[in-house]
Design a protein around this ligand. Structure first.
Ligand SMILES: C[S@@+](CC[C@H](N)C(=O)[O-])C[C@H]1O[C@@H](n2cnc3c(N)ncnc32)[C@H](O)[C@@H]1O
Length: 371
């Protein structure tokens, strides 16, 4: 929820700079990977809430960082580049910010390899117009990445997000204002707010959020519900928590992809700004010593053991669990611990050494039933 009316260009807080650094890090990998792998396909990046392009304390807002990442990936890949053109689309609703952004983008325009499209509109409406006016951008097989970064809870209908994710080559990173959504839920029961919540979640599942929970518990419920609804449209989902202080949530960045590699790379980018292994960033923790880490593999191997107790599963299923439900990029560290403690039996097509897990050779992993 917008805390106060922002001027045309405002000063970025630490968490905003961290968010842009994470996005930029991921996009460089994304453009490079798809630039090499997607023969002849155009790559499409859409920033639905682009902003003015800069901050009073930083020259690079998300649009500039994205274009720089695109140009860098294109230049670095030289002869190994197989994809077609990179299209970068920026949607901004506010007229003054749109004008400012257009000025800031001028030095980057006019190159055939990285084409810039500026759309002055509301995100949801801009998407409808784009589909109508530039259908080529929405071709099934071209890789697309959407950054959806509103101020607050409004302006991102779930119907638009689910439509975006109906294409299997699409990924999204959404700024989910769980705190703002929880405030709407607490403060209002009018039909207008009921409609707003239904628009945000895509249905009336928000009615399940407990009215009697604490505020911070409600924010978690908002996140979990939103992720659950996204999961109907994407297989790989993970969130990063942005806080203004240790006790004050600001928003979650929620990533959704159809491919394990996408989430792997996003978690690598998230780790770079993460402060304690819990995939979170707090403005007040910048430069502080961390007392406890959130990526204790002991804890997560117990969770994995409980989740799969009594079942025989493939390595892929465990990889998906590790990606979606734990801080890790793969299940190997947790499996190593579980095997050492005698909780799993591994079937492999090669003579494996205990504690090593070659995904190409593992046939199945059987978990002991819980006693
Ligand atoms: C959080 S700022 C974006 C910051 C930018 N993504 C960055 O990282 O540099 C949100 C922007 O969305 C614009 N905005 C607000 N409602 C909008 C809507 N419905 N559609 C598109 N833009 C909107 C605001 O004017 C503001 O510039």
């Amino acid at each position: 929820m917008p805390r106060k009316k922002q001027p045309k260009v405002w000063s970025a807080e630490q968490h905003t700079l961290a968010k842009i650094a994470m996005l930029s890090d991921y996009l460089q990998r994304w453009f490079q990977i798809f630039g090499i792998a997607s023969k002849g396909e155009n790559l499409v990046y859409i920033d639905g809430f682009a902003g003015p392009g800069e901050y009073t304390n930083s020259p690079h807002g998300s649009p500039l960082k994205a274009v720089i990442a695109a140009k860098t990936a294109r230049a670095d890949s030289r002869t190994s580049w197989n994809a077609g053109v990179i299209h970068c689309v920026f949607i901004e609703a506010d007229e003054e910010r749109f004008e400012h952004l257009s000025e800031r983008m001028k030095p980057f325009s006019g190159t055939p390899e990285v084409q810039i499209h500026l759309v002055h509109d509301q995100f949801a409406n801009g998407m409808i117009r784009l589909k109508d006016q530039m259908p080529d951008l929405f071709q099934q097989t071209c890789p697309k990445f959407f950054f959806i970064d509103p101020f607050g809870a409004k302006g991102v209908p779930f119907a638009t997000v689910s439509d975006i994710l109906s294409n299997r080559f699409t990924e999204v990173l959404i700024n989910l204002d769980a705190d703002g959504i929880a405030r709407i839920l607490r403060a209002n029961t009018s039909a207008v707010y009921e409609r707003l919540l239904t628009e945000i979640f895509g249905d009336d599942s928000w009615r399940k959020i407990s009215r009697s929970s604490s505020f911070s518990q409600q924010c978690r419920e908002v996140l979990n519900l939103y992720k659950g609804n996204l999961r109907k449209h994407a297989q790989y989902i993970f969130s990063f928590e942005m806080k203004t202080s240790e006790s004050a949530l600001n928003y979650f960045l929620v990533f959704a992809s159809q491919h394990p590699r996408g989430l792997e790379k996003m978690k690598e980018a998230m780790k770079k700004i993460d402060q304690d292994g819990s995939y979170r960033f707090s403005d007040t923790s910048v430069g502080q010593t961390i007392m406890f880490r959130g990526d204790d593999s002991n804890l997560f191997s117990k969770a994995m053991k409980m989740h799969f107790a009594g079942r025989k599963v493939s390595f892929e299923e465990l990889r998906d669990f590790a990606l979606n439900e734990t801080p890790f990029l793969n299940p190997k560290q947790m499996l190593k611990q579980l095997e050492a403690d005698g909780f799993i039996t591994v079937e492999s097509s090669d003579q494996r050494r205990k504690g090593t897990f070659n995904e190409a050779k593992i046939r199945s992993i059987e978990f002991r039933p819980e006693t």
